[in-house]
Design a protein around this ligand. Structure first.
Ligand SMILES: [Fe+2]
Length: 114
């Protein structure tokens, strides 16, 4: 894929098979059971680092449980890294979707099922 701006939400369905441009932008999700909760970890640039300077950076990340927004993280370039972890109490089978916004390349999403 080129480095051109991308319109719409780009849902990366198979992270392992994604190219470097997709891996730079897709908000990777991994889950860690913790007692009666699950910790949802989200990171943009998990395998291929995304730029984090004033001219090109991840501006925000949102997390959804199904269609419901549950977390929003607004980021500043240079001083913050696009990663967070949050414990959740949700039923098995819930689809967890993260959407991120790159100031140059638009919206990117990835999802997992609890
Ligand atoms: Fe970007």
């Amino acid at each position: 894929m080129s480095d051109a701006p991308v319109m719409g939400i780009n849902l990366v369905k198979d992270f392992a098979a994604a190219g470097d441009f997709e891996k730079k932008h897709a908000p990777y999700i991994w889950l860690e059971p913790q007692g009666d909760k699950v910790v949802v970890n989200v990171e943009v640039g998990h395998e291929v680092a995304h730029p984090n300077g004033p001219d090109h950076y991840i501006t925000w990340i949102e997390l959804y449980a199904g269609m419901a927004p549950i977390v929003r993280l607004d980021l500043s370039p240079v001083v913050t890294h696009p990663r967070f972890s949050v414990p959740v109490s949700l039923p098995v089978g819930t689809v967890i979707r993260a959407i991120e916004h790159c100031n140059l390349h638009g919206l990117w999403a990835y999802e997992v099922t609890l």
